[in-house]
Design a protein around this ligand. Structure first.
Ligand SMILES: [Fe+2]
Length: 226
């Protein structure tokens, strides 16, 4: 798995601010999900505005910091109490971080990022629907192991975890994103059915998913003994 992930999200077009955000969120078990969400934005809309790309990269930041709402709600996944609390907390944490950066990003950039983060679970206009769709695609692509983890730990039944994957697909609005999601959904469902397979080392997978240097290909290369 390590080999498959090494440099998978490398991008020479990372801005200095994006690199700083990746360092900020290094070690977060959803860092891979964030990097993949940003990448889906660039796939679905080449040349996407910097604020759109950046918001995708940080949209779930609050989960990295203790004190937030549980990410495994018991009221179903389309639960506004959870979704709004999560989105508001992420937006506040991201905005605060942006205000501490030097050079200070433009106020218009900060406001745009805040709006996209606030809307990432519910969509809205075409740009906001894109953030939501990229989040769904990335979840299906990179967090199938988390659904397996939920089932193994008894947080959800297989049917409950399947409901999360299904909701992630059903909320997608752009048709191109929906087409891209279906094979990822099928693969994630297969993975979930194999949840009892003890060969899947979830602790290891979780650590790799938070390894910024590995994922972005900036890990120090081993010294060549030859
Ligand atoms: Fe997300």
């Amino acid at each position: 798995m390590r080999e498959q992930l090494a440099g998978r999200y490398a991008d020479p077009e990372f801005s200095a601010l994006e690199r700083a955000a990746i360092a900020w969120l290094d070690g977060f078990y959803q860092l891979e999900h964030l990097l993949a969400t940003r990448r889906w934005i660039t796939v679905l809309r080449p040349g996407a505005a910097p604020a759109l790309r950046f918001a995708a990269l940080v949209h779930d930041a609050e989960r990295h910091f203790p004190g937030g709402p549980t990410s495994t709600p018991t009221n179903g996944f389309d639960d506004p109490d959870y979704l709004f609390t999560h989105s508001l907390r992420s937006a506040a944490i991201v905005e605060d971080w942006l205000h501490r950066q030097r050079p200070l990003p433009d106020a218009s950039f900060i406001a745009a990022v805040r709006k996209f983060v606030l809307r990432h679970e519910i969509g809205g206009n075409a740009d906001e629907d894109l953030v939501q769709a990229a989040d769904s695609l990335s979840f299906l692509e990179t967090l199938d192991w988390l659904c397996v983890d939920w089932v193994r730990k008894g947080r959800y039944t297989e049917a409950g975890a399947t409901a999360k994957l299904t909701w992630m697909v059903e909320r997608i609005r752009p048709s191109a994103a929906l087409s891209a999601a279906l094979p990822l959904y099928a693969a994630a469902i297969q993975r979930l059915k194999a949840a009892g397979d003890s060969a899947l080392a979830l602790g290891h997978r979780r650590r790799l998913a938070g390894d910024g240097a590995l994922l972005t290909g900036t890990a120090a290369r081993p010294v060549d003994a030859g």
